[in-house]
Every structure is written in structure tokens, then in C-alpha cells.
Design a binder for this molecule. Structure first.
Ligand code: AMP
Ligand code: ZN
Length: 493
């Protein structure tokens, strides 16, 4: 059986996967900037790495999966002079920046759960690592790859490129980059337009700022990922992922910072990039107005949708494309996914009720399992895996019609293969399973409502001991009760 091969964006080759320290694997994926609701395009990228995470675990690797939350430093227009995306939202809505962060982090988690995308092992935040970011800037300065101007610190790309190949990941040549970048407008403090901020000085009106050796300010967007990946995975680690649109400048800058701070030659062994979800050929993005939220998808309440689709149908639809190719959204493709998934689910049910054949088996279950594995070993090729699973469906339906012979052990192996590849690797939950989860959720919500009503009654009766006890017990389960003049309500933390 062939070993796992991964397309490495850095070398542009499909390479045999060899972890630095097997069976341990370190994987870092750039997470969301939490200033707005997640759209389906974002979901596609996180789903891609969910598959990588799941399959590596199926291969018995012990994966430390780090996916960050960007809660400071990502400026509008992805420039060094825009406004902080979270700060802007906070200002417009008159909220604390951390209120914005919490609200959209909660939304992000809900959406990930809805699509059965597993939580990472560590989910660090940029604001939680200011000290480490400052330390990293000091190292880059000491190594001569950065300079300070008026309380801001910039990475010196030209100097770095004299010693290292800047632009290697995204296939850009430094001279072309220089020619294609507009001239500095005379207002900029940078020595060169390609230089990027490691630390930006903040004036007193800037909402999120911290003291540093260079004065009050905040870290540049690219720095958090360099710092948090190496803090949790080491100076050199196995896999770094993100959406294709992050290759340049974000990941290119990350590499430069890592090398600039640690002098480690090649900080990441395998760079993986998920391709974009498009609508009529255009990238799905908030700014394009073509990004539906998961609720719109489920309810069908969006002008581009003919009807609503279940989260598992949407998940299946996305896995019908290979992660490295663009995937165009269409109602037809979603309907095809709905039909396909229903066939798979029906076949699994049929399989559980099949009467085994007594004689020779006529379907090679071992080769079937091997082909499922081979598909995933070939750079996580989910469309080929799905096509292979349909060969299994054909055999099961054939057995039900008396045309294929499956022995008892064949049925057990097929069940195991479907369990491993459909449920564990592709992460497709049975509709029954997700409905059960849903109804468990609504049951627990009804119970919580009831408990909060009981507490309100206790308070009305001045039974403070009972009211406090209820609050404390719920708090231990991560449920906070808020009291207001209109009554009490609960939220999950
Ligand atoms: P953001 O919060 O905008 O930084 O995006 C979070 C992740 O979603 C990044 O890895 C992006 O590359 C990814 N992303 C954004 N738009 C799309 C899209 N249309 N298709 C796939 N991934 C996307
Ligand atoms: Zn990042």
C-alpha cells in the first residue's frame, strides 16, 4: 500500500509524508478573523483541514492541531494602513472589541459544530500572545531584518531577500514584486513598499493597544501565526495550512518572520492550501455579497438558493471536489450531492439488514478498502474516495437483489470500511445521528429554560440560597445566567 502523499505548495510537488517526529504530527491552520459571521467559503477551508486532521488520525498519527483566532491586527484592505477590522466593528456598533471577538468566535464554533468540523487541539488568540510577539520582533530586529520608525517596526524585505528566497512559496520573484508595487506615496514611513508591519504605533483613539519597547501599539497581522505556530509546534513543524488566498502575502511573510526570528532554514515541511469556493466563477466573499451564512443554506432563504439543504448535504457537496481545485457553488451540484448522499445512507441501512451468503463471496472487500485508502493517500482525494464508496453501494444493492454474494465477514468488513471512511474520515453523520443531536440540544434547551424559570420563582420568594445554588451549578457547566429588569436568561460560554 502506497504511503500518504501530500501536494506541497512550497516545492510544487506531491511528496511522501514523513513527519519530523512520528507518530507525532504538528499542524497549524490559519483561523478566522472574528469580526463577522462565517460564510460557506470559510467553511470550505476549515473542512479541508478537518479532513486532513481526521485522516492523519485514522493513520494513527498523534496530531497536535493548532488553529488560531485572529482577534487583533488584521486591518481593512489587508494593508498596513487600514483600520483594525475588529476595532472598526466595535466602534460602529458601540461594543467592546472583546465583545465583538466573543460574539463571532461563538458564531464560528456553532458553524463548525453544525458541519461536524472537529475542534483543534489548541485554539490560541493573537491578543493572548502579545508578549511572545514582542519577543519575536526583538529577535528579528537583533538579526537585522527589521527597522523601527516612529514607534512602528517594519520587516525589511529587501535585506531578507539578500540572504533568503522571499517569494518562494507564492512563486513571486522579488524584482517583479518590486516592479509591480506602487511607489511609496511619500507619506509612508516604510523604506520600501514591500516591507510589512511587525508592530504598529497606535494613537490614543486606537481601541486595542499594548505597551512595547517601541511605545504603545499593536502587532502586525502576519506575526501572530509565526509566533503561535512555533510556540506550540516548535521552530520547525510538519504541516501549515490555510486558504489559497493566504499564500501571499500572509504566508510568505510568515516564512520570512520565522526565518528572521529563529534563523531556522525551512520552518514548515508541508505547506497546504485549500482552494476557493466560488459562485458563478467569483470567489465567495463577504464583500461580494455572495456569501451565504449556514442558516441561509439550511433554510434556503437566499436569492441564489432554490431550497434549503442539510448541513451534511453541504459537507458532502464540498467533499465531492478535491481541496486543491476551485469548487463552484450551484443548486444543481447541491441537489446531486443530496441524491448521492441519500443513496449512500440507504445502502448503509441495506447493509445492516443483509442476509449473508453461504458460499463464495463475489465482491473483493479487501481491494475495496485498499482503494478507499489509496484515494486518501493520494493527497486526500475525497472525490475519488466518494466514487469508490459508490462501488461499495453498487455491491450492496447487488447483494440485496441477489446478484452479488456477500459472506458474513464481507458484510462486517464493508460496515467497518463505511464507518471508517464515510463517518470518520469524511465526517458524514447519519441524518438520524444529527437529528438526535439536534433533539438532544432542544431538550437541554427546554430544561435550561425551565431551571431558569424555577430560579426566577425562587428569587421572587426571596429564596436566595436556592437561586444562588442554581446559578453556581449552571456556571460549573459553562452556563451563565444574566439577570435584567425584564427577567433572566441563560447563555452557554
Ligand atoms: P478570513 O476570516 O477572511 O481571514 O478567512 C478565514 C479562512 O477562510 C482563510 O483561510 C481564507 O483563506 C478562507 N476563505 C475565505 N474565502 C474563501 C472562499 N471563498 N473559499 C474558500 N476559503 C475561503
Ligand atoms: Zn495565519
Amino acid at each position: 500500500m502506497e504511503a500518504l502523499h501530500i501536494s506541497n505548495s512550497l516545492t510544487r510537488r506531491k511528496e511522501k509524508f514523513q513527519p519530523l517526529n512520528p507518530p507525532f504530527v504538528g499542524m497549524y491552520v490559519c483561523g478566522p478573523t472574528v469580526y463577522s459571521n462565517v460564510h460557506l467559503g470559510n467553511v470550505r477551508t476549515f473542512l479541508t483541514f478537518d479532513i486532513v486532521y481526521r485522516y492523519l488520525q485514522l493513520l494513527n498519527f498523534k496530531v497536535r492541531y493548532v488553529r488560531n483566532i485572529t482577534d487583533v491586527g488584521h486591518l481593512t484592505g489587508d494593508t498596513d494602513d487600514g483600520e483594525d477590522k475588529i476595532g472598526k466593528k466595535a466602534r460602529l456598533e458601540n461594543l467592546e472589541p472583546m465583545e465583538v471577538v466573543q460574539q463571532y468566535t461563538n458564531d464560528f464554533h456553532d458553524v463548525m459544530d453544525l458541519f461536524n468540523i472537529l475542534r483543534p487541539s489548541i485554539e490560541p488568540t493573537a491578543t493572548g500572545h502579545i508578549v511572545e510577539q514582542i519577543e519575536s520582533i526583538k529577535k528579528i530586529l537583533a538579526n537585522g531584518y527589521a527597522y523601527e520608525v516612529n514607534g512602528s517596526v517594519y520587516f525589511n524585505v529587501r535585506k531578507f531577500s539578500e540572504d533568503h528566497p522571499y517569494g518562494e512559496l507564492s512563486g513571486r520573484k522579488i524584482d517583479e514584486l518590486m516592479n509591480n508595487t506602487r511607489e511609496l506615496d511619500g507619506q509612508s514611513e516604510k523604506r520600501d513598499p514591500l516591507d510589512f508591519a511587525l508592530w504598529k504605533a497606535a494613537n490614543s483613539s486606537h481601541l486595542m493597544q499594548w505597551p512595547s519597547p517601541w511605545g504603545q501599539g499593536f502587532p502586525g497581522w502576519h506575526l501572530e501565526c509565526s509566533v503561535m505556530s512555533t510556540k506550540y509546534l516548535g521552530e520547525k513543524f510538519d504541516i501549515h495550512g490555510g486558504g489559497m488566498d493566504l499564500k501571499f502575502p500572509h504566508h510568505e511573510c510568515e516564512i520570512a518572520q520565522n526565518i528572521g526570528a529563529t534563523r531556522c532554514d525551512c520552518p514548515v515541511n508541508y505547506w497546504m492550501h485549500g482552494n476557493m469556493l466560488t459562485v458563478n466563477g467569483r470567489k465567495m466573499a463577504k464583500s461580494e455579497g455572495n456569501g451565504f451564512t449556514p442558516e441561509e443554506l439550511v433554510t434556503g432563504n437566499h436569492k441564489l438558493l432554490d431550497k434549503g439543504y442539510s448541513p451534511m448535504t453541504v459537507r458532502f457537496f464540498m467533499l465531492m471536489g478535491h481541496y486543491a481545485s476551485t469548487l463552484d457553488f450551484s443548486n444543481e451540484a447541491l441537489q446531486a450531492a443530496e441524491k448521492g448522499l441519500s443513496k449512500l445512507e440507504k445502502a448503509m441501512e441495506t447493509l445492516s439488514k443483509l442476509n449473508p451468503s453461504a458460499g463464495e463471496g463475489t465482491f473483493d472487500v479487501e481491494s475495496f478498502e485498499n482503494r478507499c485508502r489509496a484515494a486518501m493517500n493520494d493527497d486526500f482525494n475525497t472525490p475519488i474516495l466518494i466514487a469508490t464508496l459508490f462501488e461499495g453501494v453498487k455491491a450492496i444493492n447487488g447483494a440485496a437483489a441477489g446478484l452479488v454474494a456477500l459472506r458474513a465477514e464481507d458484510i462486517t468488513s464493508l460496515q467497518k470500511t463505511f464507518q471508517s471512511f464515510l463517518r470518520e474520515v469524511l465526517g458524514i453523520q447519519s441524518e438520524k445521528g444529527s437529528q438526535e443531536k439536534q433533539s438532544n440540544n432542544s431538550e437541554s434547551e427546554a430544561l435550561l429554560d425551565l431551571i431558569v424559570t424555577m430560579r426566577t420563582k425562587a428569587k421572587a420568594n426571596k429564596d436566595w440560597a436556592t437561586a444562588d445554588k442554581i446559578r453556581d451549578v449552571l456556571s460549573a457547566y459553562g452556563i451563565t445566567i444574566q439577570d435584567s429588569k425584564d427577567g433572566s436568561s441563560w447563555t452557554r460560554n
